[in-house]
Design a protein around this ligand. Structure first.
Ligand code: HEM
Length: 431
C-alpha cells in the first residue's frame, strides 16, 4: 500500500499519536493550515490557526508586520518553502518507513468478540464496594519488578495460544495432562501465576462468578506495565473476556515465537494472530524488563566462544553473558541455566532502552537482533530508540495500543467460555 494509503488508514486507526506527530511536522507549512493536525491544540503551537478560526499569536504578529518590504517577503517565502520542503521530506521518510512496516493495520484475529470488550466493563457488576480493577492493581503492586515483568509476558503467552482466555493458567489434570503451562516456552520460565491467583481469590470471595481469569490476566499486564514505566505506559484495558476450557502444551510450540526466530518467521507468527510487524516491533519493547534463562540465548554465545562470525552480539556484552551463564568453549550450554536481565542498562524500567540495545547489538535473543534484518522493522527500531528526543511518549503510547489490540485476539464469550471459579481449573473440575 502506498504511503498515502497507510496515512489515510492510520488517521482513523490506532496509530493516531504518531500520525499526529507526523502531521505536526507536515503542518510546518502552516500558511495554508491545510495539513494542520486537528487533534493538536493550537495553543501549544503558536503558529497554527486556532480551531475556532482565530489567529495564533504569531499570525497576529505577522499581520501587524505586514509592512515588510516586498524583498523581505520574497526572502521569507523562499525560506519557508525551503523549510517546508525539508520537513515534508522528513515526514515522508517517516511515513514511508511506517507504511512499509504496516499497510492498513490488520485487525486482531477475532470473530468480533474482541471488539465488544468494554473499558469499565466491571463497573457496577460487583456492587458499590468492590472495585474489580483496584483489587487486581493492589495484587500487582505487591509483586517485585521481576514478577511484574512476568505478568506482561503471561498476557502475551495467554493471548497467542487460543486467544486471551486464561488457557495458560490451567493446571495439568487427568483429562488434560499437558496444558500450555507445561509447554517448553512456558515451563519453568513463565511467572506471575500467584499474583493472578491472589487477585482472583479476593474477587471470588467478594463477588463470586463474575470476573474472568482472562480479564484478571489482562488487567494485571496493564497494571504491571504502568508500574514498571512509572505511569508512562498507562492505558485503559477493555474487558469482558470469558475463560476457555482447552489448553494444550503442543500449541505453545506452534503459536509462540521462539527466541531463535528470524524476522520472516516472527512476522508470520504475529500475522497469524492478526498483528503486524509494527505491533511486533512495538510489543518487543517489553524486553526492556525482566530476565531470561541462559538456555534461551546460549547458542548465540557459543558462536562467539567458537570465534564464529554468525552471531552479531557486541563482543564485550557477549563475554559478560558468557561469564554469567558459565559458558565456555568446552561446555556448550553453560554450567547451569542461570538467568540474566534482559536490559543491561535499566533492567526494571519499561522504556525505550530496548531499542537502543537492539541498535547496539546488546540484546539477548536472535529474535531481538533480527529486527535489524529488514529495513522497515529496523527503521521502526530507530524511530523508537530516538523517541524520547523527538517524540516523547511515543513508544509508551504505541505500546499501550498494541497491548489492547493483542488483548482482542480470539476472545471467548458466554457461548464458548465460562467464568472460572479458580484460575487453575475449569469449573467442571472444581466440583
Ligand atoms: C517477538 C517475539 C518474542 C520472543 C521470541 C520472545 C522470547 C522471550 C524469551 C525466550 C524470554 C525469556 C524467558 C526466560 O528464559 O526466562 C522472554 C522474556 C520476556 N518476554 Fe518475550 N518474546 C517475544 C515477544 C514478547 C512480547 C510481545 C512480550 C510482551 C508484550 C514479551 C514480554 C517478555 C517479558 C516481559 C519477558 C521477561 C519475563 C520475566 O522476566 O519473567 N515478549 N521472551
Amino acid at each position: 500500500m502506498s504511503t498515502v494509503g497507510w496515512f489515510g488508514c492510520a488517521l482513523s486507526g490506532s496509530r493516531s499519536f504518531i500520525c499526529s506527530k507526523i502531521r505536526q511536522i507536515c503542518s510546518f507549512g502552516r500558511s495554508t493550515g491545510s495539513l494542520a493536525p486537528h487533534n493538536v491544540r493550537s495553543k501549544n503551537i503558536p503558529w497554527l490557526p486556532r480551531r475556532d478560526g482565530a489567529m495564533g499569536y504569531k499570525q497576529k504578529r505577522r499581520a501587524r508586520h505586514s509592512s515588510f518590504s516586498d524583498l523581505q517577503l520574497e526572502h521569507g517565502k523562499q525560506r519557508m518553502i525551503g523549510d517546508m520542503a525539508a520537513k515534508l521530506l522528513a515526514a515522508l521518510t517517516v511515513l514511508a518507513l511506517l507504511g512499509s512496516v504496516s499497510s492498513c493495520p490488520p485487525k486482531p484475529r477475532t470473530d468480533g468478540a474482541g471488539y465488544r470488550l468494554k473499558v469499565g466493563y466491571y463497573k457496577g457488576k460487583c456492587g458499590r464496594d468492590v472495585d474489580v480493577e483496584a483489587v487486581v492493581r493492589k495484587a500487582v503492586s505487591k509483586a517485585d519488578a521481576g514478577v511484574k515483568a512476568g505478568l506482561i509476558r503471561l498476557f502475551f503467552h495467554d493471548c497467542f495460544v487460543r486467544g486471551c482466555d486464561a488457557s495458560v493458567l490451567l493446571e495439568p489434570t487427568s483429562g488434560s495432562p499437558q496444558p500450555e503451562k507445561l509447554g517448553v516456552p512456558n515451563f519453568p520460565s513463565l511467572r506471575g501465576f500467584e499474583v493472578i491467583d491472589a487477585a482472583k481469590a479476593e474477587l471470588e470471595a467478594r463477588c463470586p462468578g463474575v470476573v474472568s481469569c482472562a480479564d484478571v490476566v489482562a488487567f494485571a499486564a496493564r497494571d504491571a506495565s504502568s508500574f514498571l514505566s512509572s505511569g508512562r505506559a498507562r492505558f485503559a484495558m477493555p474487558a469482558g473476556r470469558y475463560d476457555g476450557n482447552v489448553s494444550l502444551a503442543s500449541e505453545t510450540l506452534t503459536d509462540l515465537p521462539p527466541p531463535f526466530a528470524g524476522v520472516a518467521r516472527l512476522r508470520a507468527l504475529f500475522a497469524a494472530k492478526g498483528l503486524d510487524a509494527h505491533d511486533m516491533v512495538t510489543l518487543s519493547g517489553a524486553h526492556s524488563v525482566g530476565r531470561s534463562h541462559c538456555s534461551s540465548f546460549s547458542d548465540r554465545l557459543l558462536h562467539i566462544a567458537k570465534n564464529s562470525s554468525s552471531s552479531d552480539m557486541e563482543p564485550e556484552f557477549a563475554a559478560s553473558l558468557e561469564k554469567k551463564c558459565g559458558v565456555t568453549s568446552s561446555n556448550n550450554n553453560g554450567s547451569s541455566d542461570n538467568t540474566v536481565v534482559q536490559d543491561y542498562k535499566t533492567p526494571n524500567k519499561l522504556d525505550n532502552q530496548y531499542y537502543k540495545n537492539v541498535l547496539d547489538h546488546k540484546v539477548l535473543f536472535a529474535s531481538d537482533a533480527a529486527l535489524l534484518d529488514s529495513w522497515d522493522t529496523e527503521g521502526l527500531v530507530k524511530l523508537f530508540a530516538d523517541a524520547y528526543i523527538r517524540f516523547p511518549g511515543l513508544w509508551e503510547k504505541e505500546f499501550g495500543e498494541a497491548m489492547v489490540k493483542m488483548g482482542r485476539i480470539e476472545v471467548k464469550t458466554a457461548a464458548n467460555g465460562e467464568i472460572r471459579r479458580t484460575c487453575g481449573f475449569i469449573n467442571a473440575n472444581t466440583y
